[in-house]
Design a protein around this ligand. Structure first.
Ligand SMILES: [Zn+2]
Length: 192
């Protein structure tokens, strides 16, 4: 629920950050529907692939391209990395760069390790996970294995503050992009 509110406010998924590869492993092959997608990609009725592309290459495209994932493996859609938005207008790209300098593993906007896996798998086995940290350990949405105990992190709050700094009359510099500094935001609000 808090996660959905985060979207409504304008937050993106933490695990879809452009730089997520530095922090997370994405195991597309563990997604629900992967084997079916593989069979479909081998036949390729929609002609997405080149004839000489092997199945590994095709599946890598299925797992990383919005359009192909939409048709072949919808479970992959909420994991696809954000595109590089650096060449877009300030306004268009702004929301994609509302993120901390550090990666927020406990964010309310991250998916838990076993998200979108088949229901009959053993979710305690790391080999079945779709997302894991570089050290092989799990990530939990809101920092807790129990969904009922999920919490908003300081990082989540900081991102909301960055998104709405204009409403507060402050400047981007004043919020110290990347850091939650309530003191500084309050001060900026008073001086603008
Ligand atoms: Zn979401």
């Amino acid at each position: 629920m808090m996660h959905e509110l985060g979207h409504a406010i304008g937050l993106q998924h933490e695990h879809q950050r452009q730089d997520r590869g530095q922090y997370l492993e994405f195991h597309c092959e563990n997604l629900d529907g992967y084997e079916q997608a593989k069979r479909k990609a081998a036949v390729d009725e929609r002609a997405y692939f080149e004839d000489d592309e092997d199945i590994e290459t095709r599946m890598s495209l299925v797992c990383n391209d919005d359009e192909i994932a939409f048709d072949y493996l919808p479970a992959a859609l909420p994991f696809i990395r954000q595109k590089d938005h650096r060449l877009e207008s300030e306004k268009a790209k702004f929301k994609y760069y509302v993120q901390l300098d550090s990666f927020d593993y406990d964010s309310i906007m991250i998916y838990s390790s076993h998200a979108n896996t088949p229901i009959d798998i053993d979710a305690t086995n790391p080999k079945t996970w779709v997302l894991k940290r570089k050290d092989g350990t799990a990530v939990w949405q809101g920092g807790s294995k129990r969904a009922a105990d999920a919490k908003i992190t300081e990082g989540d709050i900081a991102r909301v503050a960055q998104l709405y700094f204009k409403a507060r009359g402050a400047t981007l510099e004043a919020t110290g992009l990347g850091k939650w500094d309530g003191q500084r935001i309050r001060k900026a609000r008073l001086t603008n």
